[in-house]
Design a protein around this ligand. Structure first.
Ligand code: SF4
Ligand code: SF4
Length: 292
């Protein structure tokens, strides 16, 4: 990665409902006041940043993955395809070969090993990406089609779109799916810094500890933002201190924030404490950019 490539900041959390969307959308809008900024909603199963960004839609693009399709006429029922598929996406049942699209990882192995070319690879729609623009803020979101279970291929595709189409924008913010499984690993891939959003409750601490473990295993540079500070207890702060994890900002527990958020509004321009938290995060982002 060259020093001219965009600075990629992931915003993640060990569980949903901690304030990841609140932080991602407000931080993106705040930063875009000063320079062009890209926000990417990678929570492809349930993207909702668009509700808050409220930007005009520029275009939509279908996203496809490649899957094998069985050609009964060519098949000699040798069973090789079912044996080679590590993901159990091809199954032989009597004289029928079934391909389960949702399980297929598009590795091409079955198709290439088939002795009679009876499993040609074809395109299959997995989701779509929507492109928005509002002043200095570019925003893209990808959404899986209903019934499609694999988030990772669409997350990877969205990463490459951001890289190719928005390489001229210096700061990319990536709103990641919640949790600690494969989609989060895919979403935080190639990012320079991860902001873990949590809340000061026992549940928040439990999920933060899991997220921290994942980030450490991935060798990520990361810091924590505590949302709804004052609402729970001090266990998250004590944990971060013990583990030497920087708490880069806190957003207080305020009724006004919840009220504005529940009506789909950005809060940074009306709530001084949020603006102050964003200023602190912006300084960390600047510092990370300068160090590359
Ligand atoms: S590898 Fe090809 S020929 Fe053999 S069972 Fe599968 S589809 Fe049929
Ligand atoms: S392309 Fe790969 S993952 Fe998909 S069905 Fe064939 S062997 Fe399995």
């Amino acid at each position: 990665m060259t020093s001219k490539s965009p600075l990629k900041i992931a915003i993640a959390s060990g569980k949903g409902g901690t304030g990841k969307t609140l932080l991602s959308t407000n931080l993106a809008a705040y930063l875009s006041q000063f320079e062009p900024t890209l926000l990417v909603d990678l929570d492809v199963e349930e993207p909702n940043d668009a509700l808050f960004i409220n930007a005009p839609l520029l275009s939509t693009a279908n996203q496809h993955k490649m899957i094998p399709v069985w050609n009964e006429q060519e098949c000699i029922l040798c069973g090789k395809c079912a044996r080679v598929c590590k993901f159990h996406a091809v199954v032989q049942l009597g004289r029928t070969i079934s391909v389960f699209n949702q399980l297929c990882h598009s590795c091409y192995a079955c198709s290439e090993l088939c002795p009679t070319n009876a499993l040609p690879i074809q395109t299959h729609k997995m989701g779509e990406t929507r492109f928005f623009e509002k002043g200095n803020l570019s925003f893209i979101e990808s959404r899986l089609v209903v019934g499609e279970e694999q988030a990772v291929p669409l997350i990877n595709k969205t990463h490459s779109i951001a890289q190719q189409k928005y390489n001229h924008i210096k700061t990319h913010l990536l709103d990641c799916p919640p949790g600690t499984s494969c989609p989060v690993v895919a979403a935080t891939k190639d990012t320079h810094y991860v902001i873990l959003v949590t809340e000061p409750t026992p549940f928040g601490l439990n999920d933060l500890a899991l997220a921290v473990e994942t980030m450490r295993q991935l060798g990520k540079d990361f810091g924590v933002v505590i949302n709804r500070e004052g609402h729970g207890n001090s266990s998250v702060k004590e944990y971060c201190q013990r583990e030497q994890i920087p708490v880069i900002a806190s957003i207080p527990f305020q009724r006004e924030i919840a009220e504005l958020y529940s009506t789909g509004q950005l809060v940074y321009s009306t709530i001084p404490a949020v603006r102050q938290a964003l200023e602190q995060i912006a300084l960390v982002i600047k510092e990370k950019g300068a160090k590359r």
